[in-house]
Design a protein. Structure first.
Lengths: 145, 145
DNA sequence: ATCAATGCAAAGATTTTGCATCAAG
DNA sequence: CTTGATGCAAAATCTTTGCATTGAT
């Protein structure tokens, strides 16, 4: 894998969107890539950014995350805990699902999609064309049963 | 159907939870029952409450909604728009799904569940016991295609 | 009569905005 | 150069909390 693959992709994507490619935006993307499974809030992302990029401001993080959301680079996970949380959005496939343990609070990713059939039924029954989905399961993980 | 059915249920449920049955709590429940399909935020619920119950305070609404959530009378819908939104929680069955139109913003309920098979696979593959779920589909409704 | 629930206002927390400065194209 | 992006601080939002009072049991 090319070490610059992420940077090149991002720069090109910004050009397509008529947006400027900046060090801060790249840094936010890098952090998301590195800690994607943590479903970080804006605050958590900002805290991690400051380690490598001390001067970065909160406003930039919020604005960058909004932009990334609009560009479909990331999406909101919505764990309903008072923070807006984000994860990378794989644009080649529908989103994975989240298994949220009611006991320990852990959030486990489940990579299989398995909703194609249901989405087809939705189109047939309701005339609604599905582009993506967000599915959370609540229950008990194997450690907490 | 008995006109007092809702009230009687609620009073009993509060007793079981060691909570007091108050006019304000009943009023919040009534509003939820009447406008459930609106997926109202706390603010919207408060606004509607004030029509019939002018003196009610925001804090009471927030506290009541938290209590209802804990009692599993309602659940958070999580439409990711900056507000915490709620709907009644049918305790006899898993939650219905939401079809969210990316164009007009409408939120359509889909009553069929159809996730039993998937939930069984989750238990087999991941050892995770599903109690409930929250599924949102994003796309275009039939009016916006 | 007791103790929790309410209403009000103040405080907290998260997110957004205005503006001068800086930097990408 | 020009225009948008950044950082800071202030403001705006949404939600929670403290406390005196009210009301349910």
């Amino acid at each position: 894998m090319d070490a610059n693959a992420g940077k090149l992709d991002l720069k090109k994507k910004f050009q397509e969107f008529g947006q400027k490619y900046t060090a801060q935006r790249q840094a936010v993307f890098d952090i998301m890539l590195e800690h994607n499974e943590l479903h970080m809030s804006s605050e958590e992302i900002h805290a991690r950014l400051k380690q490598m990029h001390p001067g970065i401001g909160v406003a930039t993080v919020y604005r960058t995350l909004q932009l990334f959301d609009k560009m479909q680079i990331i999406r909101k996970t919505g764990l309903e805990d008072g923070f807006t949380r984000y994860e990378l959005n794989d644009q080649n496939q529908h989103a994975h699902h989240h298994l949220i343990c009611n006991s320990c609070g852990n959030v486990i990713n489940m990579e299989d999609d398995l909703l194609d059939e249901l989405e087809e039924q939705i189109y047939i029954k309701m005339g609604f064309t599905v582009h993506n989905h967000n599915l959370k399961f609540y229950g008990l993980c194997k450690n907490c049963v």
